[in-house]
Each structure stands twice: as C-alpha cells, then as structure tokens.
Design a protein around this ligand. Structure first.
Ligand code: GDP
Ligand code: PGA
Ligand code: MN
Ligand code: MN
Length: 604
C-alpha cells in the first residue's frame, strides 16, 4: 500500500507542514491500515475504550465509573533501563549513567524495526502539550503510536488533542515522539490483548528533540510525554535555557497559622512521591494540597525565587500499598472513576483489588496474570509495579493553582531514597552546594518500577539516574550553577529524607505516610528560622525532641534510631561515594569533590 492510499492520512486537522511531512514519512515506513488524528474528545475516549474492551485488553469495571482493568504481557511491566539510550552526536554528552549509541547507527537499527511495524493496525497521531496550555511558550509534542492503550492513557496524562493542536499554528516547535508496540498483524491474524515485542528500544535523540520508542506498551516506555520528554529531553532543554527538569512531586503545605510553603521532592521510582504529594497530615491544623506527583519543571521567577510547574495532567501511581489508611486521597481520586488500572487484580463483581487496597481480600480474584486466586493462594494478586492512571483534576486535594503557567515558588527541595541503614530520617543541608552533594550522592534500593533485581542499593543522583538526558557530571555542574546564579537567600533549602530505615528485625523505624507531616513541619520551622537541630558531620539533624511527636505511638527508641547519624555506617558509606564519583570521571564538578573531602574531614 502506498502512503497516498492510507485512509485518514490526508484528513489532517492542521496545516503545519513539518508535522504533516513527518506523519507521512512515519506512515510510509510503518504501513498502518489507517491513520487517525486524535482530538481528545469524550467520544474518542468512548470509541477507543470500547475497542479495547472488544479486543480483550480492557475489562470495563462495574464498580468504578468509566474505569478499566488491564493486564499487560507479563514481560512488559516496567521501564527497561538497559534498553534506554541517549543518542547524542558526541558520546561525551551522554553517560556514564545512561546508555549511548551513535544516532546514525541507532536510526539504521530502529528504522528496520519500524518498517511495516504498524501493519494491520491504526496509527494514531496525538498532539499534546506538557504543562499548562496557557504557558507563554507551551511545551508541545506529537506522539505517533499504534496503541489504543497509549492514546487513552495520554487522554489522562497529558493535555492533548484539538486544544493542544490549536497551539501549533503553522510552524511551532514540537518534540517528535514515535512509538510502536512492534507487533504487526498479517491479514486475518488475531490480535493478542497486549501486543509488544521481545526487542525493546527507548531512545532519545537530544539534539533533534526526538524520541523513538519500540516494542513496549508499558507507561514509562510508551507514554512518551512523561519520562522521555518531560525528563530526558526536557533536562537537556533546561540545561541550555537555565532551568531544571526534575523527578519531583510538588505539594502545598499550609500551617495552622495559614502560612503557605510549596515543597518539591525527588525520590526514586516507587519510593514515596505520590504518597507524599497526597499526604493527609496526622498533625492537627496542617494541610497538604497536591500539584504533582512525579515531575517538576523549575525556573526562576522575576522575584528571584524558583517556581515549579508540573508538566503532567494525571497520576500514574503505584497501586500496591495504596489504601484508605496509607493514601486516602489517592483512593478518593480513584473512586471518582475515569481511571485505568494496569496489572492489578480484578474482583468477581467488577472492581479492582491489590495488596494493601483493603484489609481483607475478597474470596476470589483474577490476578494480573489472568489466573484464579483464592485465599489459599500464596502468590501476589497484583504486580508490585502495577499502576493506576487517573486525572489530577479529580483529586480532592488538588491545589487550585496546579494549572498556573507561572508555577509556584518552592521553599524546600527534598531528596530521598529507600535505605535500610545509614541515612537518617531527615538531614538539612548546610547550604546549596552541600545540598547538591546530598542529591548527587543519593542512594536507594532498587524497586519493581524498573526491570532487574529489586532491593539492591545503588546511587540514584537526584532520583534522576534513569532520566538524565545528558552527562551526569554536566548535570551536577548545572545544579551547582543554578545555585550560583541565584540570590542565595531566595534559594530553596535542601533536605535529605529516608522514610525506610529499618530496625534489626526488618521493621520500619518510622511509621511514614501521614506521619511524614511531622518531618515537613520541622523543615518549615527550619526555613522560618525557629526549628532546632544538631550540627552533625552530615548536616543539620533534629533530635527527637525537635520533632512534633504529639499523639505518635512509635517507641521513642525507634525514632532516635531513625534519626541517628551512625559514624560506623558513614565510614562504610564513604568508599561507596568515592566509587560512585570515580565513575563520573573528569566531569565531576570539583566542588562536589571538595564536599566529599569536607565530609571525610568532619567524620574523622
Ligand atoms: P513513587 O513511585 O515515588 O510515587 O512512590 P509511591 O508513593 O507510589 O510509593 C511507593 C511504595 O512505597 C508504595 O508501596 C507505598 O505504599 C510505599 N510508601 C510510600 N510512602 C511510604 C512511607 O512513608 N513509608 C513506607 N514504609 N512506605 C511508603
Ligand atoms: P514513579 O513513576 O516515580 O511514580 O514510580 C514512574 C517511574 O518512575 O517509572
Ligand atoms: Mn517517576
Ligand atoms: Mn508515583
């Protein structure tokens, strides 16, 4: 079939020549059965969700309005970091934390995968905008995909369709995002519920601001506005333009005295961002509202403060562990409906369930592997990286300013990870440069959010290890420079937290979740100049008496153990930090090396 005869190709609702040319080229290469230009309408959602139900990909939920259960291929459940590439022209502009391949070579390889890859399928063209549509310079993209699951997920996660395309005009810049599940259909061949390929590539071409993704349908690999655009490509743009694109939640904290602070926090995937963003504080009078749970774009405002915007339009949250006790605001959001649940369990009466959803599971479930499950089964019902996808706007505690193109002024940045030892509950950095050091040496146990072994401690700088779109050493320098160009007094204070320190028997020392409000309160007291702290070798750490522990029934010994700066543990940490810095090579900023030497000196 020649492109001219592909139905739909010529029904483009735009006169943007570069967009039209690119769409035609992709259609000629991938040879879909037809082309659909997405408008983002409720009718489009209805048509595509019906199609997904007919295909067996979705089950419409009886118990949640306009919501769907979905089970992926068991081998396509998470981001694939070893298959993720930064294809900068110069190898020195990538690595050592990401995979590099020459862009010309990569295009040769991937072009052969894309050739005919959409045969028998519909090719969807999704214009979208990351961040508010009303931004002075809207951040536009177009995702071409052969997956209906991707289209409906993009309905939730991005501002897309007609309202985004209206911003393209004749020649606006946009990020080209090409996605194929890599499962062409021969004439008459029956489709599977979750098409994908065993070969996968998640490729960023930073100089061309282009993304090519092949072989996976999983969110982080396939919803290209999210990690690929808003972190990997945006971090490159941010460096050039003097701003920050970070793996951070954004929350609004109001004190009993009605003082407002906005906090951004970077934790690795599956380490508590979504939960903190929707926190229901355990301490009276404090209020949290949410603006974002995964990504923050931060620029200096005219007043010299750092302002954050969430580029996303939805939450793509970890399901297991989400329940009325841990994250009631997520539950309230999901009870509004309009959500997609992937790789959780399905109840017999048409609802979802996962570990932690409620205290007692129903007697019978269909697991994420589509198998029968009863109370006698000892398998998990849901994949540990199972996800819900739901609109931000329907979260009951979404801050009204979440869609403000100017963003919100950030008072504090939290870095955090999942560490059983060493890292205390909270540390306040000595200054910006020391805060950058804390972020650059952030470590965390790996989780199910990426394929590979779980529970292995690795460095995850600023929780951006899988998402930095350029060289990590240059990225650290950019963070240092960001502080230098700013008015020090107006910079956010940087803190480092660890909700996951454990006692000898493996229990968590800190109760976490709603109790994390106590740590936020202390941080605000520090910012406002009246909180107390010990000046330790690693930074300012509160004693147990500096925290508001009113009404908390955790044993005081546990809290002290959670706060402890253990010299032996830190002595053991130093060589790990040295090894990590050695992997960065010549591009490690000398100021971070100085910070390490100063830390060693203070520990001695
Ligand atoms: P995200 O991927 O960074 O957004 O992390 P989530 O907020 O989705 O949390 C990931 C997992 O960590 C879930 O299973 C949560 O239940 C769990 N979690 C989140 N916050 C805490 C906490 O404060 N303490 C403990 N122990 N677990 C938490
Ligand atoms: P998470 O987002 O950070 O909420 O886990 C998805 C991911 O990082 O893969
Ligand atoms: Mn994330
Ligand atoms: Mn999350």
């Amino acid at each position: 079939m020649t492109a001219a005869t592909i139905p739909g190709l010529d029904q483009a609702p735009t006169t943007h020549q570069r967009l039209l040319t690119w769409v035609r080229q992709v259609a000629e290469l991938t040879t879909p059965e037809k082309v659909v230009w997405c408008d983002g309408s409720a009718e489009e959602w209805r048509t595509l969700t019906d199609k997904l139900v007919d295909a067996g990909t979705f089950v419409r939920l009886e118990k949640k309005f306009n919501s769907f259960w979905c089970a992926s291929d068991p081998n396509d459940v998470a981001r694939v970091e070893e298959r993720t590439f930064i294809c900068s022209r110069d190898e020195a502009d990538a690595g050592p934390t990401n995979n590099w391949m020459d862009p010309v070579d990569m295009k040769v390889v991937m072009t052969e995968h894309y050739r005919g890859s959409m045969a028998g399928r519909t090719m969807y063209v999704i214009p979208f905008c990351m961040g508010p549509l009303t931004a002075e310079k809207p951040m536009l993209g177009v995702e071409i995909t052969d997956s209906e699951y991707v289209v409906v997920s993009m309905h939730i996660m991005t501002r897309m369709g007609t309202k985004a395309l209206a911003l393209f005009g004749e020649d606006a810049e946009f990020v080209r995002c090409l996605h194929s599940v890599g499962a062409p259909l021969k004439p008459g061949q029956k489709d599977v519920p979750w098409p994908c390929d065993t070969t996968k590539y998640i490729t960023q071409f930073p100089e061309e601001r282009m993304i090519w993704s092949y072989g996976s349908g999983y969110g982080g690999n396939a919803l290209l506005g999210k990690k690929c655009y808003s972190l990997r490509i945006a971090s490159v743009i941010a460096r050039q333009e003097g701003w920050l694109a970070e793996h951070m939640l954004i929350l609004k904290l109001t004190s009993p005295e009605q003082r407002v602070h906005y906090i951004a926090a970077a934790f690795p995937s599956s380490c508590g961002k979504t939960n903190l963003a929707m926190l229901e504080p355990s301490i009276p009078g404090w209020k949290v509202e949410t603006l974002g749970d995964d990504i923050a774009w931060m620029r200096f405002g005219e007043d010299g403060r750092l302002y954050a915007v969430n580029p996303e339009n939805g939450f793509f949250g970890v399901a297991p562990g989400t329940g009325w006790k841990t994250n009631p605001n997520a539950m309230r959001t999901l009870y509004q409906g309009n959500s997609i649940f992937t790789n959780v369990a399905l109840t017999d009466d048409g609802d979802v369930w996962w570990e932690g959803y409620s205290e007692a599971p129903p007697d019978h479930l269909t697991t994420w592997k589509r198998e029968h499950w009863t109370l006698a089964s000892d398998e998990f019902t849901s994949h540990p990286n199972s996800r819900y996808c739901t609109p931000i706007a329907q979260c009951p505690i979404t801050a009204p300013e979440w869609d403000d193109p100017n963003g919100v002024p950030i008072s504090a940045i939290f870095f955090g990870g999942r560490r059983a030892t060493t890292i205390p509950l909270v540390v306040e950095s000595r200054d910006w440069q020391h805060g950058v050091f804390l972020g650059a040496t952030l470590s965390s146990e790996t989780t199910a959010a990426a394929t590979g072994q779980v529970g292995v401690v690795r460095r995850d700088p600023m929780a951006m290890l899988p998402f930095i779109g350029y060289h990590a050493g240059d990225y650290f320098q950019h963070w240092i420079d960001t502080g230098k160009h700013a008015d020090t007094a107006k910079l956010p204070k940087i803190f480092y937290v660890n909700w996951f320190r454990r006692g000898e028997d493996g229990r968590f020392l800190w109760p976490g979740f709603s109790e994390n409000a106590r740590v936020l309160k202390w941080a605000i007291e520090r910012i406002e100049g009246h909180g107390t702290a010990f000046h330790t070798a690693i930074g300012y750490v509160p004693g147990a008496s500096a925290l508001d522990l009113d009404g908390l029934d955790t044993p005081i010994e546990d809290i002290q153990a959670a706060l402890k700066v253990d010299h032996d543990e830190w002595q053991a940490e130093i060589p790990l930090i040295e090894q990590w810095f050695a992997t960065i090579g010549d591009k490690l900023p000398s100021s971070l090396h100085d910070e390490l030497e100063a830390l060693k000196h203070r520990l001695a």
